[in-house]
Design a protein. Structure first.
Length: 93
């Protein structure tokens, strides 16, 4: 009776080890791929939001003359004829 139980136990342990050896690397890879997929989905959502904001800005640049002037003044430092540009330099301590 005891040797039969021992044989069953050894057989069970052997099957368990074989299953671990066969399936554990695949399971680990699946978990890594899920994590990567989750990270990529977050990046896609962020890029989608950024894209919407950039499309709105592009529309403003193309259609809104007030926005065009504001961007030209801020980003390019342009001034109208007769205006005198003034640069404010922060005081050094």
């Amino acid at each position: 009776m005891f040797p039969s139980l021992l044989r069953k136990w050894v057989g069970f342990c052997t099957v368990a080890v074989v299953l671990l050896v066969v399936f554990l690397p695949g399971y680990t890879k699946v978990q890594e791929l899920r994590d990567t997929n989750r990270d990529l989905e977050v990046k896609i959502k962020k890029l989608y939001k950024d894209n919407i904001l950039l499309q709105e800005e592009l529309k403003l640049i193309a259609e809104d003359p007030v926005y065009q002037e504001q961007m030209a003044r801020e980003k390019m430092g342009l001034v109208r004829p007769g205006e005198i540009p003034i640069k404010i330099v922060p005081a050094k301590e």
